[in-house]
Design a protein around this ligand. Structure first.
Ligand SMILES: Cc1cc2nc3c(=O)[nH]c(=O)nc-3n(C[C@H](O)[C@H](O)[C@H](O)COP(=O)(O)OP(=O)(O)OC[C@H]3O[C@@H](n4cnc5c(N)ncnc54)[C@H](O)[C@@H]3O)c2cc1C
Length: 163
């Protein structure tokens, strides 16, 4: 059974795509005139700031700790989940979505979690491009492990430095 087909079209799966297709665009020449303030220098803030700066916006990042490197993201030990299905063990966007909703005791906002599961695969590539030192197999491919009680191997992690 294809678990991804369980998401009814026009609902969760399309929400972000529809928003992105209709949101107003900023002229590339005007981007540098817009100053974006990012609060927080963890993975969310730092990667958003780097990505926005790459797009041409003027970006300022603030954090309330002594150093931006004191964010919780630096303490995370297990790794990052992504439904890339590199291990070919039956992972899918829906399976990551469901595991995340269940792991959050069914209290998370579903459309946001669906979007998280959907972009998780690309996020890993973005992290690699931005210098995150994920563990690799001897052949050079990114390594994954099973983490957090799930039955698939979808966690990208930094071997020897964390967990
Ligand atoms: C010990 C530990 C282990 C973990 N292990 C894992 C794991 O294995 N796998 C996993 O997926 N997740 C793990 N997590 C959770 C994960 O680290 C967080 O969910 C994730 O890092 C959150 O990232 P973030 O960028 O949203 O926030 P954070 O990394 O927490 O960054 C928040 C930023 O906001 C700034 N900030 C907050 N309030 C203000 C304010 N008022 N003004 C200015 N700046 C402010 C802070 O200074 C900080 O820079 C772990 C967390 C901890 C603490």
């Amino acid at each position: 059974m294809n678990l991804d087909s369980k998401i009814p079209p026009g609902e969760l799966a399309d929400k972000w795509t529809q928003y992105r297709s209709t949101v107003k665009l900023v002229n590339p020449a005007n981007k540098r005139h817009l100053e974006v303030i990012v609060v927080g220098s963890g993975l969310a803030g730092a990667s958003a700031a780097a990505s926005l700066a790459e797009l041409g916006y003027t970006v300022k990042v603030f954090c309330f700790q002594d150093s931006p490197r004191r964010a919780h993201s630096i303490a995370a030990q297990g790794g990052i989940n992504a439904a890339k299905n590199y291990a070919n063990d039956g992972d899918s966007t829906f399976r990551l979505f469901y595991d995340t909703i269940k792991g959050g005791d069914f209290r998370a906002r579903e459309a946001n979690v669906y979007r998280l599961a959907e972009v998780s695969a690309n996020i890993i590539d973005q992290c690699v491009a931005q210098g995150v030192p994920f563990a690799r197999e001897y052949g050079g491919l990114l390594d994954t492990r099973s983490f957090g009680g799930v039955q698939v191997s979808r966690t990208f992690y930094a071997r020897g430095q964390t967990g």
